[in-house]
Design a protein around this ligand. Structure first.
Ligand code: C5P
Length: 205
């Protein structure tokens, strides 16, 4: 069983994907980490994240790099968003994600294009969202030292870049269930996510 969870930054999709993976006893891949690894690799090489060839050259990183806590930083998120618009980068990371999705037993993957490009055949698809204001507040409460206004501006810029790119833009798959977490606690959002997945599984049976 493949479960695809997509949505913008700080929508709660990562938390929901991890909870779904635990609930259904499936392995989970946070695909954002792959783009973060590429972005950080480019920066480490002293290369230009907006240059497609430079970004493509950083795609062959070892899996161990995904454990680097630095990848979770806001700076790595911005670099990821800049390298992720290059078609060569998306192509280089495609097989890695498809192989993870198609492993025996299935998997949960979260990202931006899982339901549309990586696993269009997924058994269940969620598009997790929340207002930009709520997402910025969450990041602020998570202890980021930057002022709220700067975090909000960053989130809006990332939304524009991720939704506006020509290759695999962020958008809800036609057959994905929408889950707006703006006014939900984490527990309520997870319960709702499980209910939506169950509905889709029943419908597809
Ligand atoms: O989800 P996360 O914030 O870690 O993703 C970082 C960036 O990586 C996103 O802003 C997006 O540009 C890119 N990304 C993507 N496709 C995915 C996952 C992430 O383009 N499947």
């Amino acid at each position: 069983m493949i479960i695809a969870v997509d949505g913008p930054a700080a929508s709660g999709k990562g938390t929901i994907a991890r909870a779904l993976a635990a609930h259904y006893h499936l392995p989970h891949l946070d695909t954002g980490l792959l783009y973060r690894a590429v972005g950080s690799g480019v920066a480490r090489n002293g290369a230009d994240p907006d240059n497609e060839a430079d970004a493509a050259a950083a795609c062959a990183f070892p899996d161990t790099m995904l454990d680097d806590p630095e990848l979770r930083s806001e700076a790595a998120g911005t670099l990821a968003s800049r390298v992720s618009r290059h078609p060569l980068v998306r192509a280089a990371l495609l097989e890695r994600q498809r192989a993870f999705a198609s492993q025996p037993g299935g998997a949960v993957l979260d990202g931006r294009d899982i339901g549309t490009v990586i696993a269009p055949e997924a058994d269940a698809k969620l598009f997790v969202t929340a207002s930009a204001d709520i997402r910025a507040r969450r990041r602020h409460l998570q202890g980021q030292s930057r002022p709220y206004d700067i975090i909000l501006a960053d989130i809006l810029a990332r939304d524009t870049r991720d939704s506006g790119r020509s290759t695999a833009p962020l958008r809800q798959a036609k057959d994905a269930a929408l889950l707006d977490t703006s006014n939900l606690t984490i527990d309520a959002a997870v319960r709702k996510a499980i209910a939506l997945v169950e509905e889709q599984l029943k419908r597809n049976r």
